[in-house]
Write a protein that binds this ligand. Structure first.
Ligand SMILES: [Zn+2]
Length: 107
């Protein structure tokens, strides 16, 4: 079951289990969310959430923080053709298209 959620996703509002706390205090598992992409890309269900970026991204593309003792502080949200890189160090979501270069920053 998916659910449409209105609100901006802030990386720090998502806990280590992938549960997103909305501004109104309700909690929803990111796996069950349908996200509206910018640029008229439509709404897409989340297909997978990766809470540990080890081996996927080793360095924040924005601030280049690169912990030596573990993964960078963030997670990834996979959709059909895109994925979001959610970076807590910069409190930013970056939208990528699979197999292609970064589209745009989206804050
Ligand atoms: Zn960063």
């Amino acid at each position: 079951m998916s659910r449409e959620v209105r609100g901006d996703l802030k990386p720090s509002d998502v806990d280590e289990d992938g549960v997103w706390t909305l501004p109104d205090g309700s909690r929803v598992n990111l796996q069950h969310v349908e996200m509206t992409l910018p640029y008229g890309l439509g709404e897409h269900k989340v297909s997978m959430v990766m809470m540990d970026l080890t081996g996927f991204v080793d360095e924040c593309p924005l601030c280049h923080s690169c912990p030596t003792d573990g993964p960078i502080d963030g997670f990834a949200i996979f959709l059909d053709r895109h994925y979001y890189l959610a970076l807590r160090c910069c409190e930013t979501l970056l939208l990528y298209e699979h197999e292609k270069n970064k589209l745009e920053d989206w804050i």
